[in-house]
Each structure stands twice: as structure tokens, then as C-alpha cells.
Ligand binder design. Structure first.
Ligand code: 9MR
Length: 368
């Protein structure tokens, strides 16, 4: 290290990263809260990249599989159930005392070709969906606290024209079964594990807009039919500079909680920055992360914020939005960014505030 840092153009800063305590997961635990992350799978991430693994264990108390619990991984063909990668994540979570979110039992993406290109009658598709949900949920019963049962039913770009169909037409489930596939999915999940918390999960609904209204109407209708739904996942794939205000974020959580009695969580948070990434933009992102965590922590019906990745180097943003970058709390060297420190400082201040206990102002109690 001495030799290298002595060399021109090679500063010590580039070799060492800050891993000093306190860690986010320990602070979150003191606040009865989950700070989680999506977990990849393969040589660059879980369970093979030792730096990734160390960081994951150290900083997070909740995990969600980024893709290994989707149909595409679990069900390569009709007869094969590939539970291996999911089992590994659950074992890891048990060993490290982490909560596990399940993601996702039914979605229009990551559907294997044998389903996507299959030729199923409505009844056959219903049986297939129900059988899959029954098997997968029972496999991990008691180990997965909450499931994204249904993901992203409502489409983008709604205009509000009379008679407009707000649902995605490019979903196999919609095509084979029709609109009530969502109901079959939730009912099957509830039957398979009556104790699991069941979520509807979607993006672009973190502020009041037509998509949010359509999600609200969908869930309201299902609840009126007696379908068990416990919560709404607001994915939170944000663009820095366009993150809703604290008031807007809170109003959305309130809407689903106060009017429908649902739990709420931020389930896939990342805040991507338009390149070039500058110190100023990182400072803005830090404020935005703090905002999201603050709203979540203060809300009585919200007990979790899950990020969509451990570090900037392994984020889906790099391939899907190449004009943007740096979406997470840790950079591609797993070093802490201003957003990490902002999140940590906020959690620390909140612990102090609650312990200091200005009378009547402790707050933070979560609903059952
Ligand atoms: O980040 C995930 C990426 O690695 C997968 O290839 C992709 C398809 O399975 O899904 C990505 O995660 C998505 C999540 O499951 C649902 N919300 C949007 C996420 C980003 O596309």
C-alpha cells in the first residue's frame, strides 16, 4: 500500500474503502425496520463475490431475489422446478438473520418460453398458475415473510380517455386467462401459506397519477371481492431530480393505507443519476435517499425499504439506462457514497431522537 500510494497519480483513497460501523442493518433493527436489497446470482454477485457477500451481510437485514424466484429461473420447463438458487438465498438469510421477501409469483416478464409460446386454454392456464403458486409458496412456507404475488399489471402512458383499458395486453396471464388471473393468483397464494403477507407490486405509482388510480381501483375491487391482499409495494425506481416531494410520497402511502387498510413498502428503490455524475448530483441524490427513508420510517404502515441492488456496479440500470448511473448507496467499489452517509446519519439521528424521548413525540410504532 505504501509503495503504491507513493506513486504519482495513485492516491491512497483509491485503495481503501470505508467499512466502519455503525451499519445500516443494526440501526434499522434498533428502529424495528428493514433496510433490504435485491440480491443477484452468479459469479459477480451472490454467492461468489466475497466483497459483495461481506457488504450484503454487513449492511442489510432483508433480502429479495433479483431474479432467481421468478418463473424464468424456477420453471425452465414444465416438469423441472429449479429451487436451488432460491434455497441458497433463504439459507443465507437464515444464517444472517435477514427477512426474506419473495419476488414474484406472476409477472408478464421472465416467463419461460414454454409458457409464453404455449397453447393453453383458459382452464389449463388457471391450473398452471395455481399449481405453480401453490408449489413455490409451500416450498418456502414460513421462511418467506411476504410475497409479491402479482407484479406490474397496469400499463404506462394512460391518457384518461373514456373506455381506456389500463391493463397490460402483453401479459401471458391476461391473454390466456383474462383479467381475473390476478384474483386466481392472490387466492392461490393465500391458500398455500395463510401466514404470508401478500403484496401487489408496481412502479411509477409513487405519486398521484392515472397509473396509481388504476392500481388503486384494481386493488379496491379485489378487496371488495374478499381477496386477501396485505400490502402495496411502491417499487421506487426514481430519477434523481424527479423524486416526489416528502408530502407527495407520504400522501401516496396514506392513500393506500387510510382508504384500503393496506401495508405499504418501498420495494425496489434506486435513484439513477443522469451522466455525468458529479459531486453536486451525488449530494442531491443523498437528500433524495434520506427523503424516501424518512417517509417510510415515519409511516405507521410501512416497515421496510428495499433497494434494488447492493452496489452501483451490479445494478440493472447500467444496461437498461446507459445514459444514467450511480443509482445505489454504494459505488462500484462497494465504497460509501454521500447517499449512504445521509441514510446512516438520518437513522442515527432518529434513534437519538426516540431515545431522547421528547415527551409524547417518540413515534415510530408500526401497526401489526
Ligand atoms: O433487475 C432485474 C434484472 O436483473 C432482471 O433481468 C429483470 C428481468 O427478470 O428484472 C429486473 O428487476 C425488475 C423487477 O423484477 C420488477 N420491477 C422492475 C425491475 C427492473 O427491471
Amino acid at each position: 500500500v505504501v509503495l503504491l500510494t507513493g506513486m504519482p497519480g495513485c492516491r491512497k483513497k483509491t485503495l481503501e474503502i470505508d467499512t466502519s460501523p455503525p451499519y445500516l442493518r443494526d440501526l434499522a433493527e434498533q428502529l424495528d425496520f428493514y433496510i433490504g436489497t435485491a440480491v443477484g446470482y452468479g459469479s459477480a454477485t451472490f454467492p461468489n463475490n466475497s466483497q459483495y457477500m461481506k457488504t450484503l451481510k454487513r449492511e442489510f437485514n432483508a433480502v429479495v431475489a433479483e431474479y432467481t424466484m421468478k418463473w424464468g429461473t424456477i420453471r425452465p420447463d414444465r416438469e423441472t422446478f429449479n429451487y436451488g438458487p432460491g434455497d441458497e438465498l433463504i439459507k443465507f438469510a437464515e444464517d444472517n438473520k435477514m427477512m426474506v421477501r419473495g419476488h414474484t409469483l406472476a409477472w408478464h416478464q421472465s416467463v419461460p418460453a414454454w409458457v409464453e409460446d404455449g397453447d393453453f386454454t383458459r382452464d389449463e392456464a388457471i391450473s398452471l398458475l395455481e399449481e405453480h403458486i401453490d408449489k413455490v409458496v409451500k416450498r418456502w412456507q414460513g421462511k418467506i415473510r411476504e410475497w409479491d404475488v402479482v407484479n406490474e399489471v397496469i400499463r404506462d402512458g394512460l391518457t384518461g380517455q373514456p373506455g381506456e383499458n389500463p391493463r397490460r395486453s402483453n401479459s401471458v396471464w391476461e391473454r390466456f386467462i383474462g383479467e381475473d388471473w390476478v384474483e386466481f393468483a392472490f387466492r392461490a397464494a393465500a391458500e398455500a401459506d395463510p401466514k404470508a403477507l401478500l403484496f401487489y407490486n408496481d412502479y411509477g405509482i409513487e405519486r398521484k397519477n392515472r397509473k396509481q388510480d388504476a392500481v388503486f381501483a384494481l386493488v379496491e375491487d379485489l378487496l371488495a371481492k374478499g381477496v386477501k391482499i396485505n400490502g402495496i409495494g411502491f417499487q421506487g425506481h426514481f430519477v434523481s431530480g424527479n423524486v416526489p416531494s416528502e408530502e407527495e410520497l407520504k400522501a401516496n402511502l396514506d392513500r393506500f393505507h387510510d382508504e384500503l387498510g393496506l401495508k405499504v413498502q418501498f420495494t425496489e428503490v434506486d435513484i439513477r443519476i443522469k451522466k455525468p455524475v458529479t459531486a453536486e448530483k451525488l449530494a442531491q441524490q443523498a437528500e433524495e435517499y434520506k427523503r424516501v427513508i424518512k417517509v417510510a420510517l415515519e409511516h405507521p404502515a410501512c416497515d421496510a425499504v428495499l433497494l434494488w441492488g447492493v452496489d452501483d456496479g451490479h445494478s440493472w440500470i447500467n444496461s437498461s439506462f446507459p445514459e444514467h448511473g450511480a443509482p445505489l448507496l454504494l459505488d462500484s467499489r462497494f465504497d460509501r457514497k454521500p447517499a449512504y452517509y445521509a441514510a446512516r446519519d438520518y437513522l442515527l439521528a432518529e434513534i437519538e431522537r426516540r431515545q431522547g424521548g421528547e415527551e409524547g413525540e417518540e413515534g415510530g410504532e408500526k401497526e401489526e
